[in-house]
Design a protein around this ligand. Structure first.
Ligand code: SF4
Ligand code: SF4
Length: 471
């Protein structure tokens, strides 16, 4: 194992204020289970899970309450014991609505009558949810199955089903496993704390993933502004065998983007969508996800909780909190001592790629890396103006796009022009909007165009399928 400096700098990128000092030295604190959880069936990329419970049911921690609903989907387990109060549509961290199980965690099942279903069908409390596996003697298939049944998806934000990612299609081979420890989003320190406090779990997760993937080389990518995390990884991986490198990346947003990590570590370029990292022989996984794989295999512990950074100048005590999935934002804030002042803006995620939310009654998911409460001093009020053709967004775009052209096309309702300008290649990093002197909401325009293009493609596919059925 050796530590090297990245030799490959991508073009574009920006330097926002990182503001990580608010939470970076706060050890991970495990939060007690709150009285109510809002557990979404859509915590991952792909089809939402199909809900298996109904109001009145009692569930045990770890019980499957939502089954996988397609190839790109992930099952959902209850993150605590409790009684289902309701199953209803709720707003998620990104603003969209999805089915959610509202769980009263204070309720306990009454002794069921002979032959009754419900509580009698529940697994006994305590002990591991799944039988622990010896990863050295387990087969690749057993390990893959464990990742799937543990309900693991990418915890860095995208939520791609991990079992799918670790099982490349025929003809594709993983040559490099890239661990994403960049955490380049301002304010967020959850991954940083996981690297400091759970380094041996990350090491074990890497060994398991290498076995599943057939022994690829490993690159652990960390930005240079996290020397303590680099040292923790160096200590944990010191005696690992094989081709393993810690790659120290320049501090530049969006260094944590999958495509830019691949370029910075192994100088390979992922082509335009629908191409994936595996098309250039790479699998990228967030450090928290890797630790979750170790827990699922060695401890039999599915992905039921995660570390979330709660930060910003309007929260009393910023923290890195280990909380069960479905913990409401209001409970996270209460665990931080409440609000220091009324927040002018609440952001689910980081300031660059996160989503402003208007309520704290949203439950966390497997991908909730941060919750920010910002005062009016930290929130810039603006109105957008016409583009002045300064070119700043072109220089900032790490994908080499022309964001000004795309945003003008969207303003003119010309989605075709946005598509011709390769908007589908946009990674929604926000670097273009960040420096725009006309305060244009360019990233939102890109999102809008991408959504319309996806909707059009889905409609075309449905039409083609219906026509094929008629024949
Ligand atoms: S156009 Fe997309 S990829 Fe380029 S800077 Fe803007 S948000 Fe990022
Ligand atoms: S940064 Fe803003 S004003 Fe400058 S070219 Fe881009 S969209 Fe236009």
């Amino acid at each position: 194992m050796k530590t090297v400096k990245s030799q490959f700098k991508f073009s574009g990128g920006v330097h926002p204020d990182y503001n990580k000092e608010l939470a970076r030295d706060r050890q991970i604190e495990k939060m007690p289970v709150p009285p109510e959880l809002v557990i979404s069936m859509s915590q991952h990329l792909g089809a939402p899970a199909k809900c298996l419970v109904k109001p009145g049911d009692f569930v045990r921690r770890g019980q499957v309450i939502g089954e996988k609903n397609g190839f790109i989907s992930v099952l959902v387990r209850a993150s605590a014991d409790g009684k289902v109060k309701a199953v209803e549509k709720r707003i998620g961290p990104a603003g969209g609505k999805a089915d959610a199980v509202i769980l009263d965690t204070t309720a306990r099942p009454e002794a069921p009558a002979e032959g009754e279903s419900g509580a009698s069908a529940l697994a006994p409390a305590g002990g591991p949810v799944l039988p622990p596996l010896d990863w050295k003697s387990a087969t690749r298939e057993e390990l893959l199955k464990r990742v799937e049944e543990a309900g693991i998806c990418g915890m860095g934000g995208a939520g791609f089903p991990t079992a799918v990612k670790l099982n490349p299609p025929p003809g594709k081979r993983c040559e490099y496993l890239v661990l994403n420890g960049a955490e380049c989003e301002p304010y967020l320190t959850a991954d940083y704390r996981v690297m400091l406090e759970r380094a041996p779990r990350i090491r074990l997760g890497v060994e398991i993933m290498r076995k599943i993937l057939g022994g690829p080389a490993v690159r652990i990518a960390i930005e240079a502004n996290k020397p303590e995390a680099i040292a923790a990884m160096e200590a944990a991986f010191a005696d690992i065998e094989g081709n393993v490198e810690i790659v120290v990346l320049p501090v530049l947003y969006p260094q944590g983007s999958e495509k830019h990590q691949i370029y910075a570590t192994v100088k390979r370029i992922v082509p335009e969508p629908p191409a994936l990292p595996i098309d250039v022989g790479c699998v990228v996984e967030n450090v928290g996800t890797v630790a979750a794989i170790a827990d699922a295999v060695e401890l039999g512990e599915p992905l039921l909780e995660r570390v979330t950074t709660v930060s910003g100048d309007a929260v009393a005590e910023p923290k890195n909190i280990l909380a069960p999935s479905g913990t409401k934002y209001s409970d996270l804030v209460a665990f931080c001592g409440g609000e220091k002042m009324p927040p002018a803006k609440v952001i689910s995620g980081g300031t660059m790629m996160g989503f402003a939310v208007s309520t704290l009654e949203i439950g966390t998911t497997k991908t909730t890396s941060g919750l920010l409460l910002l005062s009016k001093d930290r929130v810039f009020q603006y109105s957008s103006h016409a583009c002045i053709n300064c070119g700043r967004c072109l220089r900032a775009c790490p994908m080499g796009l022309n964001p000004a052209l795309i945003s003008k096309a969207v303003d003119a309702n010309d989605v075709k022009a946005a598509e011709d300008a390769h908007v589908m290649d946009c990674i929604e990093c926000g670097a273009c909007s960040f420096g725009c002197p006309a305060y244009r909401t360019i990233t939102q325009s890109c999102r809008r165009a991408k959504n319309s293009i996806r909707a059009r493609i889905a409609a075309e596919k449905a039409k083609a399928a219906a026509a094929a059925q008629k024949k």
